[in-house]
Design a protein around this ligand. Structure first.
Ligand SMILES: Nc1ncnc2c1ncn2[C@@H]1O[C@H](COP(=O)(O)OP(=O)(O)OP(=O)(O)O)[C@@H](O)[C@H]1O
Ligand SMILES: [Mg+2]
Length: 793
């Protein structure tokens, strides 16, 4: 809330022109009239419970204007009504209607506004109000200089108290001046193109030779908690720069009251009005600040908008930046909106630092948009700043929790989650990659099978077919297998069965000599064919274990009918058959790629949920600790949560964990008859358990939902693996139950988990115990005790 107190400076227009001679009383009258009229305030009549009492509410974008209008009302110049064409002022009980002939709105370049009023007596007057610098440049130079000097002294003393000052001036327009202005104003107002520029030109033309009526000073009260907030931000290692449109003295005074400036700081002021002197001041300031910096003096740089224009215009950005970098505080005053954005862009261009701009007015919009993070304060200055910001808040002090608490949490979570997700995905991918590499190696490697090698290009064929007597030695094929099926012996240990009959008339009671009859036998059989034949199956050919169907030597087609089903059986070799043009029966088998996809989905689902929950909820430190020790924020500035070293360490750990997951089960089951589906179950479980335990090790704050998702994911994986292995149609049917019955499976699982996590646990412990970071010291625990207690309980 802007509370106002104002003090008109009575000014006497020592005009030599007798036409414009005013008495001091009349000037005071004009001063208040200017306060009541030269604004964009809209008065609203508000009803009260008492029907006879009405209240006036002044609505306007600028709180300063509201304050001035209220002040004028308090002194008997009450703005009652405003329409586009006129304005009604109640002057000590007498209502006067003035025609509003023109209004030149405030803009940040002119830093003033004006209104042209037609009096009831047909005289026309121009009222101007604006910043002292721009007002003094348009006053009638024939004034009494003492008057100007005394106004300046007053303005200086007001602004040194931190008050926002405005100067009010007036000029009576004679008929020809008015006509001239009116014609161009009308033309500009209705122009389609370049309207703003035309209006600005007209306003610059008419706003001159004004006589000073007075000056006002308004207290722009600091919001609650601003000094403390600025102190916290600075302790957090954030460089605070203030960019304001205010006068230098006001800005410095507010700087002190907001604890941005302290008495122990040395102020370096650059305030010049031409190129050469700005450059010289900059140079001197740079030299001086280097000397001061050498003796570790805190420096505050105060620079005004005029000097900034010259400095930024003349390629002295680098010097300005160097100077600013040496200063602990930079205060830029009388800066225009675009200059604010220019300064933000200067910092952005020259450093890799993040910039945050916070402001409440329309004049802060460009800087808010330029900064990496824009924050708008929704206050009395309209909603433009809020509309263009990334974050909106009601009070400046909320910036502290936004940065120190939420900023810190988000940084920690994000840094950790990037590393963790790299790890989580890489562990899975590395295990799958190893499986694929092994698979390719197995299917291409000859494993010394082809000692008869006759270069068929196919390692299996090389192995048996190059033997000129292969017909007598057919069963050698059983030892020629490669890949995961290499251990299948088929019907090697059984007798030969010769298929003589291609028919499949009676699938229920197949006759001897048919393929169906051969494959349903219980004993091991090596099935061969007497001659070329096409077998058209009436129903699925459901095979029994320990069978080899060896079509070599004959041209055997299984075609145009139903196909072969191999289900719940082991040790089947089918070789040299042409199987084609099958009619699907709906009993499709799951393919390995289908299973791989399934596994991927499980992993994504099982490990994604904990990641999301921890990524949203985990907090390394509590809110009050973070607010009490703003220094903790600088962990982000030092890239503590995500940096190259951590990334490399995580990747090394990932490699280790993936190797620990992949190799031990492979070695343990190498010689056994355990198939790949069972090892696959072990790998799946190990990956899911590991990635979840890994996460659990780093969780600091446990909520029930964190417990639910982490332990729930592990449990869910077990359950789904069991469900999948209980579906007879899928390969690997019953695999899990088969292996889970053995102690080796559980020993492997436990071994993998311990061995995979141990290096990480040890490194973590050493780091936290011997080289603790600020955050770990604040936590007060050398290691994540919560996790250990969960593990041990
Ligand atoms: N409605 C107005 N009428 C006349 N002069 C104004 C008006 N609003 C602001 N001014 C003058 O123009 C100057 C610049 O205004 P601007 O809005 O750019 O910055 P500010 O409000 O002073 O500071 P900040 O950047 O902190 O918002 C003000 O200091 C004031 O002297
Ligand atoms: Mg402002």
């Amino acid at each position: 809330m802007v509370t106002s107190f104002w003090q008109p400076v009575t000014a006497f227009c020592e005009n030599h022109n007798s036409e414009h001679e005013y008495t001091s009383i009349k000037r005071i009258y004009e001063f208040f009239l200017a306060l009541a009229t030269c604004n964009t305030i809209v008065p609203l009549v508000v009803d009260t419970p008492d029907p006879d009492v009405k209240l006036l509410d002044y609505q306007g974008e600028s709180p300063d204007e509201q304050a001035l209008a209220y002040a004028a009302a308090a002194y008997g110049f009450m703005l009652i009504e405003r329409t586009s064409g006129h304005i009604v002022i109640d002057i000590h009980g007498e209502r006067l209607k003035f025609n509003v002939l023109g209004l030149h709105e405030f803009d940040s370049d002119r830093k003033r506004m004006s209104v042209i009023l037609g009096y009831p007596d047909n005289s026309v007057k121009l009222f101007v109000k604006g910043a002292d610098t721009t007002m003094f440049s348009i006053i009638d130079k024939s004034y009494n200089m003492d008057l100007i000097k005394s106004t300046e002294t007053h303005l200086h003393s007001y602004s040194s108290l931190g008050l926002r000052t405005l100067v009010i001036g007036m000029r009576e327009l004679n008929t020809s001046e008015f006509e001239q202005w009116h014609t161009s104003y009308e033309a500009a107002s209705t122009a389609v193109f370049g309207r703003a520029a035309m209006l600005r030109k007209i306003s610059n033309h008419v706003e001159n030779n004004v006589c000073i009526l007075g000056a006002s000073a308004i207290e722009d009260k600091l919001q609650h908690g601003v000094p403390e907030a600025i102190e916290s931000l600075r302790t957090a290692g954030i460089k605070v720069w203030v960019l304001t449109g205010d006068k230098q003295e006001t800005a410095v005074s507010i700087g002190f009251s907001s604890k941005l400036l302290t008495r122990s700081m040395t102020q370096i002021i650059i305030s010049s009005n031409n190129k050469a002197s700005s450059r010289k001041s900059l140079k001197d300031a740079l030299e001086r600040s280097r000397k001061l910096d050498a003796v570790s003096m805190q420096i505050a740089l105060i620079i005004d908008g005029g000097s900034l224009v010259h400095i930024l215009d003349t390629d002295h950005e680098e010097e300005l930046f160097q100077l600013a970098s040496l200063c602990s505080v930079v205060l830029c005053c009388r800066v225009a909106p675009l200059q604010k954005a220019g300064i933000v862009s200067l910092v952005k261009k020259r450093t890799s630092d993040m910039t945050l701009a916070i402001g409440d007015g329309a004049n802060d919009v460009s800087m808010i948009q330029m900064a990496d993070v824009g924050v708008g304060i929704s206050g009395q200055e309209g909603r433009q700043a809020v509309m263009s910001s990334d974050f909106a808040m009601g009070q400046f002090r909320f910036l502290v929790p936004l940065l120190l608490v939420h900023g810190h949490w988000n940084y920690q979570r994000l840094g950790y989650m990037i590393l963790y997700n790299f790890y989580r995905n890489a562990v899975l991918v590395l295990v799958l990659f190893s499986i694929t590499v092994l698979h390719i190696k197995n299917s291409t490697e000859r494993r010394n099978l082809g000692y008869f090698s006759c270069g068929t290009g196919n390692p299996i064929d090389d192995c048996w077919r190059c033997d000129p007597n292969w017909q007598q030695n057919r069963k050698r094929l059983a030892d020629c297998g490669i890949g995961f099926g290499r251990n299948a012996i088929g019907g090697r240990d059984g007798k030969f069965y010769v298929v003589t009959d291609p028919r499949d008339d009676d699938p229920v009671n197949p006759r001897p000599g048919t393929l169906r009859h051969a494959v349903i036998q219980d004993r091991p059989l090596w099935i061969v064919f007497k001659r070329d034949m096409v077998i058209q199956l009436k129903q699925e050919l459901i095979m029994n274990s320990f069978k080899t169907i060896n079509g070599r030597g004959a041209n055997v087609h299984i075609a145009n009918g139903v196909c072969i089903t191999i289900q719940y059986v082991t040790n089947v070799i089918i070789h040299g058959l042409h199987i084609h043009d099958c009619v699907p029966t709906g009993n499709a088998m799951a393919s390995p790629s289908h299973i791989a996809r399934l596994v991927m989905q499980f992993l994504i689902v099982y490990s994604a949920l904990p990641t999301i929950i921890v990524g949203i909820l985990d907090k390394d430190l509590g809110r009050s600790t973070l607010l009490r020790h703003p220094q903790l924020y600088s962990a982000g500035q030092r890239n503590e949560a995500y940096n190259k070293k951590l990334f490399m360490l995580t990747m090394a750990d990932t490699l280790w964990q993936s190797m620990v997951i992949f190799w031990p089960p492979l070695f343990a089951y190498w010689k056994s008859t355990i198939d790949v589906a069972s090892i696959g179950d072990l790998w799946t479980l190990a990956v899911v358990i590991l990635v979840n335990l890994h996460l659990a090790m780093d969780v600091v704050r446990w909520y029930w939902v964190t417990h639910a998702v982490i332990w729930g994911s592990i449990a869910a994986t077990f359950i789904v693996v069991m469900i999948i292995d209980a579906i007879p149609k899928l390969p690997g049917f019953w695999a899990f139950f088969h292996v889970a019955n053995t102690g080796l499976f559980w020993a492997l699982l436990l071994g993998i988990i311990v061995a995979a996590l141990l290096p990480r646990l040890v490194v973590k412990f050493i780091y936290q115990y011997y080289f603790p970071s600020d955050i770990q010291i604040s936590k007060g625990l050398p290691i994540n005790i919560t996790f250990l207690s969960i593990l041990l309980s």
